[in-house]
Design a protein around this ligand. Sequence first.
Ligand code: NDP
Length: 306
Amino acid sequence: ELLQTHKLLDTCEAGLAERYTVHKLHEASDREALLNEIGPRIRAIAGGNVDGALMGRLPKLEIIANFGVGYDSIDTKAARERNIRVTNTPGVLDDAVAEIAMALMIGLSRQLPQADRFTREGRWEQGNYPFTTELRGKTVGILGLGRIGKEIAARAQAMKMRIVYHGRNRQPTEPHVYYDNLEEMARDSDWLVIVAPGGPETNGIVSRQVLEALGPEGRLVNVARGSLVDEQAMIELLETGGIGGAGLDVFADEPRVPERLRKLDNVVLTPHYASATRTTRDAMGALVLKNLKAHFNGDPLPSAVV
Ligand code: NDP
């Protein structure tokens, strides 16, 4: 029997229902009652949002198959202690997420939402739209040159940008300049693109100091997790011109987006939808199913993180 923790794509849910007896925790009117009844029989979870307390209710749990590459909503330490495997969906969403990172950069630098409104509202007839800025020749600092970060780098190079990066390790096979210090990278960059994992290790690493180093002409793009950024500091600096602008797909308290952020004109905001294309979400769902199938067949897991 399998526990589903949140809504999944129809194709993925159909695949689960074909193979397993599925219980939907997110649809239960009485979560406690459901867990009391079926908890002792659950051997697998599909989806995220799994803490140690939930694992404690499922003594036969063997595997958590997360829908998404970021598994910061799963307590992996608790899983490891209980010998529970955890899988994610890497690789299949890299292009889709990189496309949105570029879209946010272009949208912000060319003021695409504003220019669209300007044209729609007939304001063009009163005069031309003010000048905007281009990406060409600018330096982009990528925080997290991983699978998605490398796809963003390839696209930024096509835009004739210069790439630098920060992570815990230098990657000797990468041609770009490495910074072991995030603040220094921000100081030297026109754009800071965040695409490192969320979780305790990266919580708030894009601090007020890092944002101040990025500076009034600097712009921020976040397609990773809201938790990496000091959101209060970011909003203040956006309001006062301490940083130039931000393109954000992710926020600290989703789906709630702070009113102050929504009022700003130097931001482009999207609803955590970077991987949300039919093709990519189908591929993510297929990988969830593949991991579960491999586990119950005793085969090696295609994408295990624990
Ligand atoms: P990868 O694991 O391939 O890359 C992560 C990168 O982050 C690595 O280069 C790693 O380098 C770096 N990194 C890890 N920990 C730290 C740290 N503590 N400090 C600095 N850098 C660090 O991940 P993906 O590219 O597949 O995905 C990245 C993230 O993007 C996901 O975790 C997810 O949260 C987010 N995401 C968001 C989506 C959206 O819809 N907006 C969709 C998909 C993913 P090193 O090891 O050298 O530190």
